[in-house]
Design a protein around this ligand. Structure first.
Ligand SMILES: *Cc1c(COP(=O)(O)O)cnc(C)c1O
Length: 356
């Protein structure tokens, strides 16, 4: 019999959201409600006709575009097939068997998978009212801690902590602990981000970002990160060479250069989000204030959440169940277009009305 390595045989596969039947509307994966920039789409056509060649292994066009927009040196940037690849490679580079990785209670589930892949131990720090608690993260540091992972704004909560708190976390963490700040939704968060970028310059901190959300390129699989040089050198060894297709690289570079489109997407999405949240709050649901392209809806009971999920599905609307995050009384709704949000709000408001 051919047996997998013990810790791989023992681990559960990462489960993606269930998207429902092909004709249903998925509000389950935090994809953009808008298509990518027209400039990215037309650039893809040109890139497709050069697909006989391997892509640029150093992602030069994307890195130059990011460097210009974010005013950071392109030498500190690595790109991955989604930011998931960069998060996974960062864990593999710095954590081994029995090392500890600390993450927040409702943090990104994929990190647990990445930690299991290297047979390290995931340690969860509780949140306070669906917000990351820096003190709780610091409390769990031990000599075995190698990496602390913070998602800000958080998924699935949508909440954010102030970047001054992220800076305080860095200040109070031991110098030999790598801090990874997952900013997959930072484009939706209007606070200043310079202070966290400055942490990277000081060393020992990594920022990851993605083209999958605000830039509407989830299907192109492009993420990027800003790394100190010594960290980048090790992480890069673990990325597959030629990890991002030429078409995807061209699209991502063009999308980054079209900041106007991205900002319009963010503004419109935020308006739909705040309207959806207001209507559901008025109907009696609790929804933490979101700084992302989704909201977390809390129901009075697990039964009520399951009933809502069934009702929404029967209308062809698929939200993300939160049992895997330890929140079986919640559903997460990606902000889709106005028509989809109207339908979802209609179902949920009717349910509340029937209860009271
Ligand atoms: C969507 C998401 C990502 C990005 O995933 P990609 O691999 O870049 O598509 C990273 N972190 C969180 C928390 C996310 O929700």
């Amino acid at each position: 019999m051919i047996e997998a390595v013990e810790h791989i045989a023992g681990m559960a596969p990462y489960t993606l959201a269930d998207k429902g039947a092909p004709d249903s509307i998925s509000l389950a994966e935090n994809e953009s409600a808008f298509p990518p920039s027209e400039l990215a789409i037309s650039a893809a056509v040109g890139a497709a006709s050069a697909a006989q060649n391997y892509p640029d292994p150093d992602w030069t066009e994307i890195r130059n575009a990011i460097a210009e927009v974010h005013n950071i040196p392109s030498s500190g940037i690595l790109c991955g097939a989604g930011s998931m690849e960069l998060i996974g490679a960062s864990v593999r580079a710095f954590c081994g068997p029995h090392d500890e990785v600390i993450g927040s209670e409702f943090g990104y589930l994929f990190v647990m998978t990445a930690v299991a892949q290297v047979n390290a131990r995931f340690v969860q720090a509780p949140e306070e009212n669906f917000h990351v608690s820096v003190d709780a993260l610091l409390d769990r540091v031990t000599p075995a801690t190698k990496l602390v992972f913070v998602c800000n704004p958080g998924n699935p909560t949508g909440t954010r902590i102030h970047n001054a708190e992220v800076c305080r976390l860095r200040m109070e963490l031991p110098g030999d602990v790598l801090l990874v700040v997952d900013q997959a939704y930072a484009e939706f968060d209007d606070q200043e981000h310079q202070s966290v970028f400055d942490l990277v310059v000081a060393g020992r901190t990594v920022i990851t970002r993605t083209f999958s959300k605000a830039y509407g390129l989830a299907g192109a699989r492009v993420g990027w990160g800003y790394f100190p040089p010594d960290i980048a050198r090790e992480v890069k060894k673990l990325l597959n060479p030629n990890n991002i297709s030429g078409v995807s690289q061209t699209m991502a570079a063009a999308a980054m250069r079209d900041q106007d489109w991205m900002k319009q997407v963010v503004t419109k999405t935020a308006a739909w989000r705040d309207d959806f949240r207001q209507r559901l709050s008025d109907a009696g649901y609790f929804i933490p204030r979101s700084h992302s392209n989704f909201v977390l809806i809390q129901f009075a009971t697990v039964d009520e959440a399951q009933l809502a999920d069934r009702e929404l599905r029967s209308e062809g609307l698929i939200l993300r169940s939160m049992g895997g995050y330890g929140l079986p009384n919640c559903l997460r709704a990606t902000i889709g277009d106005q028509a989809a949000m109207d339908r979802a709000a209609g179902v949920l408001i009717t349910l509340k009305g029937a209860k009271s």
